[in-house]
Design a protein around this ligand. Structure first.
Ligand code: NI
Ligand code: MN
Length: 225
């Protein structure tokens, strides 16, 4: 399995012959190395409906006939736009041919905004992804919450992607505490420095983490297993 980070909350997973993009916010993402025209995702996984996560999903999915896995209400909206969708809810898991996906809690908001409408995108989530004997956790946008201990107790997380940008999500101190609850082997900070309001020095986070390896990835870099 190859897992790479592409700025803000974008994670790319290549496994079982498939390319999976999580939260493909490419246009308007000043940090990303990706280009919409060059990406060919078989699958798009969405944590929640905010535009900095849904991003270019509609264009990418139409161009590549991608399967879009999303929280139920968001999947309903995207299905009406003609996309091939698979709706899921918090706590639910589903075994896809490319791997297993399970939605976790996230404490955050979730609306999707178009030029004319504000769409209720349901509950925001985090994503556990299981394939090739590895467990990846993408927390989405979230506050620190105590049930991260449940997630950590019930899963052996190889890599956790956690937001550290503060303001809209956990900041470095809360994210470091989340690492204690989740007990991942490796943690990768995400959702920072995309905009001035979420500016952070990821080394501050790295210094606060005690028992897990921190990998600070530049956009385009792969997780080292
Ligand atoms: Ni958000
Ligand atoms: Mn966000």
């Amino acid at each position: 399995m190859q897992v790479s980070y592409h700025g803000h909350s974008i994670v790319k997973i290549q496994t079982n012959g498939k390319t999976i993009l999580i939260d493909p916010f490419i246009r308007g993402n000043g940090l990303t190395d990706l280009k919409v025209e060059e990406e060919k995702p078989d699958v798009i996984l969405l944590t929640h409906g905010h535009n900095d996560h849904v991003g270019d999903t509609i264009e990418l999915a139409k161009a590549n006939n991608s399967l879009v896995v999303a929280p139920n209400e968001l999947a309903g909206y995207l299905g009406k736009q003609g996309l091939n969708v698979h709706p899921m809810g918090i706590g639910g898991a589903y075994e896809f041919p490319f791997g297993k996906v399970k939605y976790t809690l996230a404490f955050h908001g979730s609306v999707y905004e178009t030029e004319n409408e504000v769409i209720n995108a349901g509950n925001p989530g985090g994503i556990l992804f299981f394939a090739e004997g590895l467990t990846i956790y993408h927390a989405g946008d979230t506050a620190l919450f105590g049930d991260m201990k449940l997630i950590g107790d019930r899963n052996t997380i190889d890599v956790a992607f956690l937001p550290i940008g503060d303001n809209f999500t956990m900041g470095p101190e809360d994210a470091a505490y989340a690492v204690e609850l989740l007990k991942p082997k490796t943690v990768v900070p995400i959702h920072y420095n995309t905009f001035p309001i979420i500016k952070q020095d990821p080394s501050t986070f790295a210094e606060l983490v005690k028992d897990s390896e921190v990998q600070i990835l530049n956009p385009g870099e792969e997780v080292k297993f």
